[in-house]
Design a binder for this molecule. Structure first.
Ligand code: OOG
Ligand code: MG
Length: 269
């Protein structure tokens, strides 16, 4: 006889709530905490997305409105840097957007990475094509994502750990948007991340999911699995094209994406 198997979550609602509380406190106090999987090695991806959602609900109750979504680990460079091998998503809230200055105070160990962002005007969900994704967007722009893991040392975490931590998101900076031309080919656009005027990382945009637009398709697929019925709307970060670099006070970080205006942010203590 086959051994009985159980698909029930090993963590009940109370445990998930407690774990999301640990990460939320870490975020509020800018204090690093141990990986959740140190205590709960069996943490599943689905439970991790539940913890992410509980964390977002706490932020929403503090007045943070949803601004959109982020995809992560969509490039080989990022997957190598983090030692993790599947794309993940997280949610963006309005206070996460910063303009020309980022203050390190109140953060743990932030890093920055070069991305492309899409503005989704018509809600998207489920199984969609690349063409449907493009058709739903009105704007596209270069973007810098500032990550800040709540875990000790910002390394050696598993996929469920990072998902529970809203995929290491912290802040982001949007460049000047352009209308998304349905015939646009972003794939061959050169992307350069500059530190104090010198190119530190570079790639072509096809490093992101083979084509940054594909990140939208993947986001809809992942949402269908972990949050069925939820639609994608607003700004979406497609994921970084290169590895992230560590932020220090006094730096000026810029992003050049071929065909777009250069975008920069000044890092202050
Ligand atoms: C996970 C988030 C990755 C990206 O663009 O690949 C990400 C991490 O690096 O901690 O945002
Ligand atoms: Mg990112």
């Amino acid at each position: 006889m086959d051994k009985p198997t159980s698909h029930a979550s090993p963590l009940d609602g109370e445990a998930l709530e407690r774990l999301s509380g640990i990460l939320d406190e870490a975020l509020l106090q800018a204090r690093e905490v141990a990986r959740l999987t140190e205590t709960f090695p069996e943490l599943s991806l689905d439970d991790a997305y539940r913890i992410q959602r509980l964390g977002i609900e706490k932020r929403r109750s503090r007045g943070e409105s949803r601004l959109g979504w982020k995809m992560g680990l969509t490039s080989e460079a990022k997957r190598q840097q983090m030692g993790l091998h599947s794309p993940v998503y997280g949610e963006l809230t309005a206070p996460m957007e910063v303009k020309s200055t980022f203050k390190l105070a109140g953060h743990i160990h932030p890093k920055i990475e070069p991305e492309i962002a899409f503005h989704v005007k018509k809600p998207l969900k489920g199984k969609i094509t690349r063409e449907q994704a493009i058709e739903a967007c009105d704007w596209v722009c270069p973007a810098l994502e500032i990550l800040d893991s709540r875990y000790v040392g910002f390394k050696y975490f598993s996929l469920p750990d990072v998902v529970a931590d809203n995929s290491s998101s912290s802040r982001f900076v949007l460049g000047t948007p352009q209308k998304l031309d349905p015939k646009v080919d972003l794939k061959s656009r050169k992307m350069e991340l500059l530190l104090n005027g010198s190119v530190k990382e570079s790639a072509t945009a096809d490093a992101i999911s083979g084509d940054p637009v594909e990140s939208l398709v993947q986001l809809c697929e992942l949402l269908e699995i972990h949050q069925p019925g939820v639609a994608v709307e607003g700004w979406v970060l497609a994921g970084a094209a290169t590895s992230a670099i560590v932020l220090e006070p006094g730096q000026t970080i810029a992003l050049r994406v071929e065909g777009f205006e250069e975008l920069s942010v000044r890092i202050e203590a």
